[in-house]
Design a protein around this ligand. Structure first.
Ligand code: SF4
Length: 169
């Protein structure tokens, strides 16, 4: 399970890196403000899994707009200037899953914050960024780091001890 932790860290770092790159390239936030009311929508309860990408996830909502499926992710925080890069990549992952499961490629997804919602194009370049990140994660799977200490008390105080397979007891 340490490997899972490392993967999560890598995802975070990868998302930060992608964020900087995206913003540097465009100078603009990656989303457009849109209107969506999720109050009367039913939550999407099904988990999606694509064995080819070895990717799983579940958007909060999956709505149909003009014959297209649109994944919607809801965040409770107030909206930043543009959607956070990690949220953009999360949406991209949902778009990839919807494409794989339903055979309909979403042209965009929506991330809805407490006070504003953004539409994010599921462009080929965003898809490629997602695939690059997934490939990076796969490579990291083969470099699982070992525990770096022999301290039982440190493991006992560690927030990951319940899921860590290298915990000292
Ligand atoms: S401190 Fe111990 S429990 Fe926490 S991640 Fe490291 S080895 Fe695992």
């Amino acid at each position: 399970m340490v490997y899972l932790i490392v993967l999560l860290l890598l995802i975070g770092l990868g998302l930060l890196w992608l964020a900087r790159r995206r913003r540097a390239a465009t100078g603009l936030p990656p989303g457009r403000v849109v209107s969506i009311d999720t109050e009367h929508l039913g939550r999407f309860e099904r988990s999606l899994y694509d064995p080819t990408l070895n990717l799983a996830g579940r958007p909060d909502y999956l709505v149909e707009r003009l014959g297209k499926l649109v994944p919607v992710e809801v965040k409770s925080a107030r909206a930043p200037f543009g959607p956070y890069p990690s949220h953009v990549l999360q949406l991209a992952a949902y778009c990839a899953l919807v494409d794989a499961i339903y055979g309909k490629r979403p042209s965009y997804g929506i991330v809805k914050y407490a006070d504003r919602a953004f539409s994010v194009d599921y462009s080929l370049s965003l898809e490629n960024e997602l695939l690059d990140l997934l490939a990076e994660m796969r490579r990291a799977e083969h470099h699982k780091p070992d525990r770096s200490h022999e301290s039982v008390s440190r493991c006992q105080a560690c927030g990951f001890h319940q899921i860590c397979d290298q915990m000292l007891e």
